[in-house]
Write a protein that binds this ligand. Structure first.
Ligand code: BGC
Length: 267
């Protein structure tokens, strides 16, 4: 009869790590961030890695940064990539907060060239964050329409119903009163105007009221950098629909990008 195994040396964590891994890269205004994603849990495996977004943020310069992030991990599998604009039929159509040279760029041809011809998926940054939050974060288990909004340089939006994304909703550009939503309620505007949370949330509430009157989501998920301070401002909102903070925070875009390529998503 064999003796029972000694217990003093526990198995390393890697033994419990899933083999269902993916890779995502999130392209933002200040950084290009990527990492290996455990698609069973929606968590990063190890640290994320970031390079600064080149200035100007032209397609070739950004694609070079994305390749650097992927090479850092020696990752040779499929890669999901987010961009802050509309992507339809594999082409970037808008560039509100990134170099205008992106407009009309075939983003699949571009990233395939920089990443050795491997499989890629390229999608809107807020759509990726919405997919991740809906599957693993604040939207998990919500039955019905979930709307994620990212408050940053602009306002990004994602609408999902029971896990299915309606891509490229671009609600940050909806006119609410005389201005586009992101020109009155992004966190950039708060900073530029030196507004308090009280003042800024008046504008955010107005924007949320306009969205809820048209889309009637079950919940708004508030993402973007300022969601880290959600305790300071979510309680000040006066709109009707519940607003909950994103829980994946700075990994949501990476996780959503990895999900997208693992699903073969093409918007
Ligand atoms: C862009 C969106 C993007 C959002 C957040 C907006 O200005 O039009 O595509 O999701 O900013 O980056």
């Amino acid at each position: 009869m064999a003796e029972s195994a000694p217990t003093e040396s526990p198995e390393p964590d890697i033994a419990t790590t899933s083999t269902n891994l993916g890779f995502g890269v999130d392209v933002g205004g200040s950084g290009i961030k990527g990492g290996v994603v455990d698609l069973d849990t929606g968590e990063l495996v190890g640290e994320r890695f970031k390079v600064l977004t080149p200035k100007p943020s032209t397609p070739n310069a950004v694609a070079g940064g994305v390749a650097e992030v992927v090479e850092h991990f020696d990752w040779d599998g499929p890669v999901g990539i987010t961009l802050p604009g509309v992507i339809t039929e594999g082409v970037m159509r808008t560039a509100a907060n990134i170099d205008k040279g992106w407009i009309g760029t075939d983003v699949y041809a571009l990233f395939s060239e920089y990443l050795g011809g491997r499989q890629v998926s390229v999608l809107n940054d807020a759509d990726a964050a919405g997919m991740a939050e809906d599957a693993y974060g604040a939207g998990k288990g919500v039955d019905g329409v979930v709307m994620l909004l990212t408050f940053g340089t602009g306002i990004g939006s994602a609408i999902l119903i029971n896990g299915t994304l309606v891509p490229n909703t671009e609600l940050g550009h909806m006119y609410v009163g005389k201005k586009e939503a992101e020109h009155q309620a992004s966190s950039r505007i708060k900073e530029e105007k030196g507004w308090s949370y009280e003042k800024w949330t008046e504008h955010v509430s107005t924007v949320l009221e306009a969205y809820e009157a048209l889309f009637w989501p079950k919940v708004f998920i508030a993402g973007g950098g300022i969601s880290r301070k959600s305790a300071k401002w979510i309680p000040l909102l006066t709109n009707s629909t519940p607003v909950v903070p994103a829980t994946l925070l700075n990994t949501a875009g990476i996780v959503g990008a990895a999900m997208a390529v693992s699903q073969g998503l093409k918007t």
